[in-house]
Ligand binder design. Sequence first.
Ligand SMILES: O=C[C@H](O)COP(=O)(O)O
Length: 222
Amino acid sequence: MATPFILINLKTYTEGFGHNAQKIAQSAERIAHENDVRIGLAPGYMDIHPLNVHYSLPVFAQHVDAVSPGAHTGHIVAEAVKAAGATGTLINHSERRLTLADVESAHTMARAAGLETVICTNNVATSGAAAFFSPDYIAIEPPELIGSGVSVSKADPEIIERSVEAVRSVRETVKVLTGAGISTGECVKTALDLGTDGVLLASGVVKAKDPEAVLRDLVSKI
Ligand SMILES: O=C[C@H](O)COP(=O)(O)O
């Protein structure tokens, strides 16, 4: 199995802006170093460059548009997030959905820019479809459980198992992340036991009183 990957999406929570993003990055870097685990952050765009400069950890954009560099205004271009220091990007997060055609274009552009890719999906069928694009990871997240505090690995383990099957039947090499409501080491262990390669989470860490304590718990059962 690949090294487990814990990817923390800071979303647009104020608890994940600026100095707060740096504190979470510092804890993540330390805990990843002490354990055999990759921990990455997906901060807001303004925090990509500072995190990349000060910390040694994967830094993901939360989204890129299906737009190439040139005469476009107000878009997020994969090459630009790469130039700002991002090492990867989420694509098609449930809170930033794209059409299937745009998922494909955004993914192609992210790849061409040299970014690691995580395509988010909402069910088994979209997970299977996304596998045809050969991203590095597919993150399966039932939208109704996002931010709910109810872990998908407990509430709906079947969707995880069936998504892993759907993805692997299309592309053996694509890794899968479990997302939605993940907040403890037990959730991470269940996600790994269900055949996934890690987790995508947000509120459990970002909104915690002590994010470092949550991070330590997340890696405790790997
Ligand atoms: O990107 C992260 C996911 O949407 C999960 O969010 P959550 O951990 O707050 O449920």
